[in-house]
Design a protein around this ligand. Structure first.
Ligand SMILES: *Cc1c(COP(=O)(O)O)cnc(C)c1O
Length: 346
């Protein structure tokens, strides 16, 4: 079988949620947007619910509907994009909480779903989503009911010394002063900034899945890829498209069954590696759509498998090699990988 195996450790995800929950002065939610950061909505959400998570967050109403099917009635499901045109049937049928982002969304919600719960998202400086500070006083004075949660989002929480953090926290505290609703400001990075940032609810995502800025997180993914072919090269031989790498000496190249179509980014090739039982084996030549050449000259015998995500090469190591962030590595993990779940609840 040439399928690469992606193992997702649900016990690690549960342990990460527990660790962040212990750090949070607040109630700890869980962000499972984008198919739980690419790791699989159903198994991940079930594991988090079993660990005690009762408030979930997704980006889209459609994701909320899928999550409701997984979780059943009970847990709160919040939708960051709020109430978009056409969302009302999904919000109603699946008991989803839109995080209202503008006066227009508030009007739409009040008109289409009078009496249906809602939350509010305030823009405290990210200029992405949320009610703008200028719109807030009027909206606040005319709310059609009590919001179940009021949130905002930090732009620079992964940089603890950044002045935006305290500025956004203070603006959030000021904008929400006198409101009775529970408040939520912090994702993973904000939890690590300390209790001043926690308010009543936190919303970790990446830390659950083993990524920075939660440096103590347990790794949640392992990726092992079968070797399809091993070949002995002479000094004059080259590897891959464009013949960009020349052997220069006798070399053994293993061709493994993964490539950029699986989310292993071409640009990561030169700085990344594959690993055999902890031994680093450099990537040689360009990453192809389905194949990568790996230098296994140093191994005692040709391997049957090589690892691309393992203790020696984390998602953040790969991110650094690709000039990106762990979030993008996770959400790019390809659909072709055979996903296996450790600790799955059925
Ligand atoms: C994605 C997201 C989160 C989770 O952020 P992490 O950095 O992954 O912990 C929380 N809140 C909002 C609004 C988000 O978009």
């Amino acid at each position: 079988m040439a399928l690469a195996q992606l193992t997702i450790d649900l016990d690690a995800i549960r342990a990460n949620w527990r660790a962040l929950d212990r750090m949070s002065r607040a109630t700890t939610g869980a962000v499972v947007k984008a198919n739980a950061y690419g790791l699989g909505l159903k198994p991940v959400a079930r594991a988090l619910a079993a660990e005690g998570a009762r408030s979930f967050f997704v980006a889209l109403a459609e994701e909320g509907a899928a999550l409701r099917e997984v979780l059943g009635p009970g847990p709160a499901i919040h939708v960051f994009s709020g109430h978009m045109e056409g969302d009302a049937p999904l919000l109603r049928a699946h008991d989803l909480i839109p995080m209202i982002n503008s006066p227009e969304q508030m009007q739409r919600h009040a008109a289409a779903l009078a009496g249906h719960g809602f939350g509010l998202q305030l823009d405290t400086g990210m200029s992405r989503l949320g009610v703008a500070p200028d719109d807030w006083p009027d909206l606040r004075a005319a709310l059609p009911g009590a919001p179940s949660l009021v949130m905002s989002h930090l732009a620079c929480a992964d940089a603890p010394g950044h002045p935006m953090n305290a500025a956004q926290r203070d603006r959030f505290a000021q904008m929400t002063g006198g409101l009775e609703a529970p408040r939520s400001l912090s994702a993973t990075g904000g939890i690590l900034l300390g209790p001043d940032y926690h308010f009543e609810m936190t919303r970790p995502g990446i830390g659950l899945y083993g990524g920075l800025p939660f440096a103590q997180a347990a790794p949640a993914v392992n990726l092992r890829v079968p070797v399809i072919q091993t070949r002995a090269l002479n000094a004059a031989d080259t590897v891959g498209y464009g013949a960009t790498w020349s052997a220069g000496a006798n070399t053994v190249i293993a061709t493994i069954s993964a490539g950029y179509a699986d989310g292993f980014m071409r640009i990561a090739g030169p700085a990344a590696a594959a690993y055999h039982k902890g031994t680093r084996c450099p990537i040689r030549g360009r990453v192809s759509m389905d194949l990568i050449g790996v230098d296994v000259t140093g191994l005692a015998e040709p391997p049957a498998w090589l690892e691309l995500i393992c203790p020696q090469q984390s998602i953040d190591d790969l991110a650094e090699a690709a000039g990106t962030i762990g979030y993008e590595i996770l959400t790019a993990l390809g659909p072709r990988y055979a996903r296996r779940y450790k600790g799955e609840i059925r």
